[in-house]
Design a protein around this ligand. Structure first.
Ligand SMILES: Cc1cc2nc3c(=O)[nH]c(=O)nc-3n(C[C@H](O)[C@H](O)[C@H](O)COP(=O)(O)OP(=O)(O)OC[C@H]3O[C@@H](n4cnc5c(N)ncnc54)[C@H](O)[C@@H]3O)c2cc1C
Length: 395
C-alpha cells in the first residue's frame, strides 16, 4: 500500500473536476485528480455552449483552449407554432461532452498527476482528509473536492443525503441527424418549440457538432410512455409522430446511429457541510438539460471555489465546516442554483400547462420572437413554412 500526499485531492474528472484541476494547477496549487478513465469517454451530456457558458469559461481562463474545438456555425432558425419566426439568433457552440472535457483535461498542468482509479472512501477532519483508492492506496490531502457527478457511492458513505426536488423532471433524447439528399440542411441550426401542450416537449434542437448534426429532444414524459419505446426502435417515425411538420424545415432526413435516452431527476444534497470536503457540479445538485444550465452550475461552482475560497482557506490553515458552508452560501453560487431550478420548473410549466394564462404567455412569446426575428432581418414573416421551397428561397 502506498501513501501519497497533496493539498487538494479532486475526485472525478468530468467537467467540474477537470476544470478544478486545470485552474488549481495553473495557479500553482499542489493537487491530484482521481478518475478511473485517463480520457473522458463519449457520454450523452451537454453538447453545446451558449453565450453565458462561454463567458463563464472565460472566467476560468480555459475559453481560448476550448473554443477551437467547438462548431459555432452562424445563426439558429427558431420555429414556433409551425412557422420559422427567427433566423437571426446566435447559434450555441456545438461540442460533444467528451471533446469538451478532454479539451479541459489537456489544460491540466503536468504538476497535477492523474490517478487512474476510483476513490473508494473518504474520511478526515478540519486539518487532514484521507482518500482511500480502489487499489488500496491512500491519499492524504488538506482539501477534497468531490466532483463525481451522480455516482451515489461516496456520498452515501459520508452520510450526505440527497433531496429529490422533481423526480423524472424531464427526459433527454440525443441522436445524430443527416439530410437524405447530398445537400446539407438549409439551416445552420434549428430549434423547434411545441405547437400544443399535449406533445409534452420542451423543444427539439438540431445543431452542428464535430462530424455532423446533433439533435437533442427534451420531453416531459414518464419512463413507461410507449413513445419512448418507439424512439428506441424507430426513432425517425417517433420524431415525425411527435412533430409532424418537421420535414417542412429539415427536408427528408435520416437518424444516424444510436439514440440515447436519459431521464433526469432534479436533486440537491442536504446539509453537505463537512470539514475539508466540498461537493461541486452534479455531485452537489443536478439541473434540467432542457433548461441548459448544468454547465453554468459546474463552472460557477468551480470558478468561485478555485479563485476565491481555496486560496483563502490555504492562507488560514484548517478548513472547517463553517468555511465550507460559506462556499455553499456564496451569493453568486446561490443565485446560479436558484436560476437553474426556477428555469427548469418554469420551462416544464410553460411547455405543458393548459391554463389560459400559460396559453396567453406562449402566444405572447410567439409574437415577441416574431417581432425580434423581423428586427433581426427576417424578410418573410408570413412564410407559413409549410413549403420547404419557401424556406429555401428566404434563407
Ligand atoms: C443527457 C444530458 C444532457 C445535458 N445537456 C446539457 C445542456 O445542453 N446544457 C447544459 O448546460 N448542461 C447539460 N447537462 C448537464 C451537464 O452535462 C452536467 O451538469 C455536467 O456534465 C456535470 O459535470 P460533472 O463534472 O459534475 O459530472 P460528470 O461529468 O458526471 O463527471 C463525474 C466524473 O466522476 C467520475 N467518478 C465517478 N465516481 C468516481 C469515483 N468513485 N472515483 C473517481 N472518479 C469517479 C466519473 O468517471 C466522471 O468522470 C446535461 C446532462 C445530461 C445527463
Amino acid at each position: 500500500m502506498n501513501n501519497l500526499t497533496t493539498d487538494v485531492a479532486i475526485i472525478g474528472g468530468g467537467l467540474a473536476g477537470a476544470t478544478a484541476a486545470a485552474m488549481l494547477g495553473r495557479a500553482g496549487h499542489n493537487a491530484m485528480l482521481i478518475d478511473p478513465h485517463t480520457e473522458q469517454r463519449p457520454e450523452f451530456r451537454c453538447e453545446k455552449l451558449d453565450d453565458s457558458q462561454l463567458a463563464l469559461l472565460r472566467l476560468t481562463g480555459l475559453a481560448d483552449d476550448v473554443m477551437p474545438q467547438t462548431c459555432a456555425d452562424g445563426k439558429v432558425w427558431v420555429v414556433r407554432y409551425g412557422r420559422v419566426v427567427d433566423r437571426g439568433k446566435n447559434s450555441p457552440a456545438g461540442i460533444l461532452y467528451h471533446d469538451l472535457v478532454n479539451a479541459v483535461r489537456q489544460q491540466i498542468p503536468a504538476s497535477v498527476p492523474h490517478i487512474a482509479t476510483k476513490a473508494a472512501a473518504i474520511s478526515g477532519n478540519a486539518g487532514r482528509q484521507r482518500v482511500t483508492l480502489a487499489t488500496g492506496d491512500e491519499i492524504e490531502a488538506r482539501l477534497v473536492i468531490l466532483a463525481n457527478g451522480l455516482n451515489p457511492g461516496l456520498r452515501e458513505t459520508l452520510e450526505i443525503k440527497r433531496e429529490v426536488l422533481s423526480p423524472c423532471h424531464s427526459i433527454s433524447i440525443g441522436f445524430d441527424m443527416k439530410p437524405d439528399a447530398d445537400q446539407p440542411f438549409a439551416f445552420p441550426a434549428l430549434t423547434v418549440f411545441p405547437e400544443r401542450p399535449g406533445q409534452a416537449m420542451a423543444y427539439l434542437s438540431i445543431f452542428p457538432v464535430r462530424g455532423g448534426m446533433g439533435a437533442n429532444l427534451f420531453v416531459y414524459w414518464n419512463m413507461e410512455d410507449p413513445r419512448l419505446r418507439t424512439f428506441r426502435h424507430q426513432p425517425k417515425e417517433a420524431l415525425l409522430e411527435l412533430i409532424p411538420t418537421l420535414t417542412n424545415f429539415t427536408g427528408p432526413f435520416a437518424i444516424d446511429g444510436q439514440v440515447s435516452i436519459r431521464p433526469i431527476d432534479l436533486v440537491r444534497v442536504n446539509a453537505p457541510e463537512r470539514p475539508g470536503l466540498v461537493l461541486v457540479g452534479d455531485a452537489y445538485s443536478t439541473s434540467c438539460p432542457a433548461a441548459g444550465t448544468g454547465v453554468n452550475k459546474v463552472l460557477t461552482d468551480v470558478q468561485r471555489l478555485c479563485s476565491t475560497y481555496v486560496p483563502a482557506w490555504f492562507c488560514k490553515g484548517t478548513i472547517d465546516a463553517a468555511d465550507v458552508a460559506d462556499f455553499y452560501a456564496d451569493p453568486v453560487k446561490v443565485q446560479c442554483e436558484s436560476d437553474s431550478l426556477q428555469k427548469a420548473l418554469w420551462l416544464r410549466r410553460v411547455s405543458t400547462g393548459t391554463s389560459m394564462g400559460l396559453r396567453s404567455w406562449r402566444g405572447a412569446r410567439f409574437v415577441a420572437q416574431s417581432a425580434l426575428g423581423r428586427m433581426r432581418g427576417l424578410k418573410q414573416l408570413d412564410v407559413t413554412a409549410r413549403d420547404p421551397s419557401d424556406l429555401l428561397r428566404g434563407a
